[in-house]
Design a protein around this ligand. Structure first.
Ligand SMILES: [Zn+2]
Length: 325
């Protein structure tokens, strides 16, 4: 279908889950009780997406607080730091590589299988890519960064192939760190190639925070079917790059600004889509928000997605009308 709709991955966690996660981290709640609440929240996220009418669903990432620590905690070779200050007054725990990195057990498979069992629509398998995992960890073990990145690639490959075995038709391997170090894009391409080499599922990578002028058109060499990019937040400036050098892959087209409380109007989204269709074909485009929705409220997420789906439907009908003429 042309102009399918999806989301980048994360949804806001319901209040009861935030509370339960805090209790769990203080040792006041056991893992099973937490898991039951994660499942409840996953059911709500699936229900919301079906209600809004999205085509490709996500599990909402109710079981993880970030992109890297969650995976590191579930692999061998990492220990997790105490609280580290990032920007402003935000603190987080950073993974530290202290040994050879390996995947010993399934990490997301159970969560994926649960989410997929709730719907007949495809649910994307969601992973963080090897380059981003290395970039956002402290390395105290490997002499060469490349060796760390490639061991991580093996670990992520194992998880991706098992997701496919569990029925994932779409697998998204996020690499938001790629655009922050343009000089290392070759390494990121090589590592992602290890992950996707044997996959038959549709593969996607999401990249944000970009200085895309520096990695485009090199970006098109990423060994995935689809590259997912934020366009709404940058006023669709990237389209100028695509005008100069055609975008040759499928694209996940971000049309909703996830950093803003304001709900886009249908006209704004339609205008963005029409602009994109000047340089991209409808078969190339999957429509989604710029990034994960976890910093928005539940109500904002629903309202933004509703606008996105309705606007996309109208543009799709315009295109179909034009095809019939
Ligand atoms: Zn993003």
């Amino acid at each position: 279908m042309m102009l399918s709709t999806t989301t980048v991955g994360s949804f806001p966690k319901p209040g009861y889950l935030l509370k339960a996660r805090a209790q769990y981290s203080r040792g006041e709640l056991n893992k099973n009780d937490l898991y039951e609440l994660e499942k409840k929240a996953t059911q709500e996220v699936i229900k919301l997406q079906e209600k809004v009418g999205l085509d490709i669903l996500v599990d909402g990432e109710m079981y993880r607080g970030d992109m890297v620590t969650f995976f590191a905690e579930n692999m061998e070779g990492f220990r997790i730091s105490g609280l580290v200050r990032s920007y402003g007054n935000r603190y987080y725990r950073k993974p530290i590589v202290v040994g050879k990195v390996k995947r010993l057990k399934p990490i997301t498979i159970g969560y994926f299988a649960f989410a997929q069992s709730l719907t007949s629509k495809p649910v994307k398998g969601m992973l963080t890519g090897p380059y981003t995992m290395a970039e956002w960890s402290f390395n105290e073990y490997y002499g060469r960064k490349e060796d760390l990145v490639l061991d991580l690639a093996e670990a992520v490959r194992g998880e991706a192939e098992e997701l496919e075995g569990a029925g994932a038709k779409w697998i998204q391997i996020d690499e938001p760190a790629i655009s922050t170090r343009p000089e290392e894009i070759e390494l990121a391409i090589k590592a992602l190639g290890v992950v996707t080499a044997h996959l038959r599922a549709k593969t996607v990578t999401h990249i944000c925070y970009g200085e895309f002028e520096k990695i485009y058109p090199k970006l098109l060499e990423l060994p995935v079917d689809q590259v997912d990019l934020e366009l709404a937040n940058s006023n669709y400036d990237l389209l100028e790059l695509f005008r100069r050098h055609p975008f040759t892959k499928e694209i996940g087209l971000g049309v909703i600004d996830v950093h803003s409380h304001l709900i886009e109007t249908k006209e704004e989204v339609k205008e963005g889509l029409r602009k994109a269709l000047e340089v991209l074909s409808p078969q190339q485009i999957t429509v989604d928000p710029d990034c994960g929705l976890k910093t928005r409220t539940w109500e904002e997420s629903q309202a933004k997605l509703q606008v996105m789906v309705e606007a996309t439907k109208e543009v799709r009908e315009e295109l179909e009308g034009r095809l019939k003429e």
